[in-house]
Design a protein around this ligand. Structure first.
Ligand code: GUN
Length: 304
């Protein structure tokens, strides 16, 4: 579609459903051909309602694709040493190929200690220094879930990304930095911008691909977008929605969708764009780590 008729909407929910179908096929093959059932353990500390929903969804989707799922819910005041001991137990458990500790953890627990204790071979979040290094130099292993999801959508909808100028807005360890690595691997020219970048609108206007991961609701406006650009919105921001009733909220992205839609070539909506891809890519990473732990080549369609 051209910019005159408006952007093609990238349906991440539908893509994630198809991806989960492919993952289920890989899981079935690992079981029948190799006797391996990929297993994912999720650990949650405390009772943050948003985290509870994420973790429940992760466990549910793990089972739906045929994997083994373990969920550990620890009280908010659990001693740090107990969490570390649980991770060590899971590191040594042959039925578990992926370990995810839901962040944030309560203040008395050091998230860096948690991450450093997870065996890199089972690090399906791609949080450990070893996994981050492997991603940087292009060795096989898990890939940060949200950036992997963004890359799959870009490849499927936009096609060959070589030579394109990608502007990533946001420099987090979770999204911005690994996204830059993945797009460099695709032979993009990559700019990592952030909230302190001078003339951010001017930088974004140069982009063939915009990845918005800055965590500021509706920050990126339609007149910042080059006509025909691909716009990937990673933002998940809750904002007041008085039109829906007193105290109600709605979820919006980092991109001002209404003004970007007529200008962009492709755009992900929020919700229903990048969000559903993150859990699907967590499952993809568990197939990858289960394969690597057992000396098998991971399925090519689940890795960058
Ligand atoms: N909290 C919010 N997003 C994530 C994620 O991707 N992984 C983990 N472990 N915790 C999170």
């Amino acid at each position: 579609m051209t910019s005159q008729t408006g952007a093609q909407i990238i349906d991440g929910k539908a893509y994630a459903e198809g991806l989960r179908g492919r993952i289920a096929g890989h899981v079935a093959r690992l079981k029948t051909e190799h006797g391996i059932t990929p297993g994912l353990a999720v650990v949650i500390v405390g009772h943050d309602p948003a985290s509870q929903i994420y973790v429940t969804n992760k466990a549910k989707q793990t089972v739906e694709v045929g994997m083994h799922s373990e969920k550990y819910e620890l009280p908010a005041d659990v001693p740090e040493a107990e969490v570390l001991a649980l991770i060590e137990k899971l590191n040594a458990d042959p039925a578990i190929h992926g370990i995810l500790v839901q962040l944030p953890v309560p203040r008395h627990i050091d998230p860096n200690k948690i991450i450093a204790t997870i065996a890199p071979a089972k690090d399906v979040d791609c949080f450990t220094p070893e996994s981050v290094g492997r991603l940087q130099i292009g060795l096989p292993g898990p890939v940060s879930c949200t950036p992997l999801g963004c890359l799959m959508l870009l490849r499927d909808f936009v096609g060959d990304l070589a030579g394109k100028h990608a502007v990533i807005v946001g420099r987090s360890n979770l999204v911005g930095k690994p996204m830059a690595q993945l797009l460099l691997r695709e032979n993009c020219t990559v700019t990592v911008a952030h909230s302190r970048t001078a003339d951010l609108p001017g930088i974004v206007r140069q982009a063939d691909i915009v990845v918005a991961a800055v965590g500021r609701p509706l920050m990126i406006k339609g007149d910042w977008i080059k006509p025909g650009a691909a716009v990937i919105d990673v933002g998940i921001n809750r904002v007041p929605a008085p039109d829906k009733g007193e105290g109600k909220t709605r979820t919006v992205g980092d991109v001002d969708y209404a003004s970007a839609l007529p200008v962009a070539g492709w755009i992900t909506p929020v919700p229903g764009g990048v969000g559903p891809m993150t859990i699907a890519c967590l499952l993809a990473n568990t197939v990858t780590t289960a394969s690597l732990i057992n000396g098998l080549v991971p399925p090519k369609d689940l890795t960058p």
